[in-house]
Design a binder for this molecule. Structure first.
Ligand code: MRU
Length: 368
C-alpha cells in the first residue's frame, strides 16, 4: 500500500535460493500504534497471519495465500533437493487444503488457491518440478500485480459516483491494507481526491476488532483525506442528520444474485442507508464474486473467538462466563445495494442478470 513510509502491505523477499525466499507483510494487528513488518518463512506462519488478521481483507488474504502455497513447497527444495512429481503434487494439495482452512468467508482465498492449483495441474507432466515451482511463484506475483491494477480501475469507476464536496461513509477497512495497494472502497476516495474533488469521510470504528478506527482512519489520514471517526452505533443518526451523501464498502463474497458478505455491521449500515434514501455502494473485484452460490444465506460466515468481544485488546470488558455470539461478517441483501463497483465498471441495478453480464463475461480476464 502507499503510506507515508511507502511500506508494502505484502511483498515477496526474493533470495537466490527459492527455498529461502519469504513473504513479508505489515502486521496489521499492531496498527495504528506500530507500523511493523513481519516475515513468514513457513506455511504455518502464513496460516497464522491470515487467521489472526495480521494480513486481512479479502484480496490481501488471496495474495498471501498464493505466496503461502509457494512457501508450503519450499521444504521440498531445501539443501538442493529436487522432489519427484508425485511428492510435489502431494505437498501442493496439502498446502492448498491447509491454507483454505484459515478463514472461511472471503472467497478470494479460495479463488487464489484454485488458481494456483489449476496452474500446476495444467503443466503436470509437461514441466519439471523446479519449473512448476517457478511457474507457481510467477502466478502468485501475477495475482499480486493484477490486484494493483484492479484497485486502480475500481477507484476510477467509483470516483465518477462521488460529487465534489461529498460527505461519505465507510465501514471496516477496504483500503491498501486489505489489497495489494490502494484498496477497493477506499480506492474510490483516493481516486476522487486525486481527481481534485474535496471529500469528507466518516469511518465507522467497526467493532469488535476496530478495523475502521485502527486501519481506515490511519490510511485516510496518511492520504490527507478529511476523516471523522464514529462508533458503529452512530451511523444511522449521522445519516438522519443529513451528513452522508453515499456509503462505500468492500466485500468478502458476493453471490450470483448480488447478496454481499462483508464485515459484521455492514448490513445495519445498508439498512440505515436504505431508510434514509442514501446510495449504498459495494466496491469489489470480480474475484470476490462466488458464482457457485445462488444467494447470501449460503455464504459460510466465520465465527471468531468470544474473547474478541469479552476481552477487547486484552482488557476484560464483559463478565466471566457470559455467552457470546461473534460472527465476523454479515450479508447485505442485493436490494439494499445501489451498485457494485468492479474493475470492469459499475453493476447497477444489482441482480442476477446484471451480474452475469459483467462478471460472467469478464471472469478470467486480467488486462484492464
Ligand atoms: O475480518 P477482515 O478484517 O478480513 O474483514 C475485512 C472486510 O470485511 C473488508 O471490508 C473486505 O474484506 C473487503 S477488503 C477490500
Amino acid at each position: 500500500m502507499s503510506n507515508k513510509q511507502n511500506i508494502e502491505t505484502l511483498s515477496w523477499v526474493e533470495e537466490e535460493c527459492f527455498a529461502r525466499s519469504r513473504l513479508r507483510m505489515i502486521d496489521q494487528t499492531l496498527l495504528p500504534v506500530q507500523l511493523k513488518q513481519i516475515d513468514c518463512r513457513t506455511i504455518e506462519t502464513v496460516w497464522e497471519a491470515i487467521k489472526m488478521l495480521r494480513v486481512r481483507g479479502a484480496p490481501a488474504i488471496g495474495i498471501a495465500a498464493a505466496y503461502g502455497v509457494c512457501i508450503g513447497l519450499q521444504p521440498l527444495f531445501t539443501d538442493g533437493n529436487i522432489p519427484d512429481e508425485e511428492t510435489f503434487f502431494a505437498k501442493l494439495y496439502e498446502s492448498v487444503r491447509y491454507l483454505a482452512a484459515s478463514r472461511p468467508t472471503a472467497v478470494n482465498l479460495f479463488w487464489a488457491l484454485d488458481r494456483m492449483k489449476e496452474l500446476a495441474e495444467s503443466y503436470r507432466g509437461k514441466k519439471s518440478v523446479t519449473e512448476l515451482a517457478d511457474l507457481l511463484l510467477a502466478e502468485a506475483k501475477a495475482i499480486h500485480e493484477e490486484d494493483r491494477r484492479i484497485c486502480r480501475a475500481i477507484g476510477r469507476y467509483g470516483a465518477e459516483l462521488v460529487k465534489d464536496g461529498a460527505s461519505l461513509l465507510t465501514h471496516c477497512n477496504a483500503g491498501g491494507l486489505a489489497t495489494a495497494d490502494y484498496g477497493t472502497a477506499l480506492a474510490v476516495f483516493f481516486a476522487a481526491q486525486e481527481a481534485g474533488k474535496k471529500i469528507h469521510v466518516f469511518a465507522d470504528e467497526t467493532r469488535p476488532l476496530l478495523q475502521g478506527a485502527r486501519l481506515t482512519a490511519w490510511e485516510l489520514l496518511q492520504h490527507g483525506i478529511d476523516v471523522t471517526l464514529i462508533c458503529d452505533s452512530m451511523a444511522a443518526m449521522v445519516m438522519r442528520q443529513g451528513k452522508i451523501d453515499a456509503v462505500f464498502v468492500g466485500a468478502d463474497r458476493i453471490t450470483v444474485n448480488g447478496d454481499t458478505a462483508n464485515k459484521i455491521g455492514t448490513y445495519s449500515v445498508a439498512a440505515a442507508a436504505k431508510t434514509h434514501g442514501i446510495p449504498f455502494y459495494v466496491a469489489a473485484p470480480v474475484s470476490t464474486f462466488d458464482l457457485t452460490l445462488a444467494e447470501g444465506s449460503l455464504i459460510p460466515i466465520e465465527e471468531r473467538d468470544p474473547k474478541e468481544i469479552t476481552h477487547s485488546f486484552g482488557t476484560q470488558t464483559a463478565p466471566d462466563g457470559v455467552r457470546v455470539y461473534n460472527p465476523a461478517f454479515d450479508v447485505t441483501p442485493a436490494p439494499f445495494i445501489t451498485g457494485i463497483i468492479t474493475e470492469f465498471g459499475v453493476i447497477s441495478p444489482v441482480n442476477t442478470e446484471t451480474i452475469a453480464g459483467t462478471v460472467g463475461k469478464n471472469r478470467g480476464k486480467v488486462t484492464l
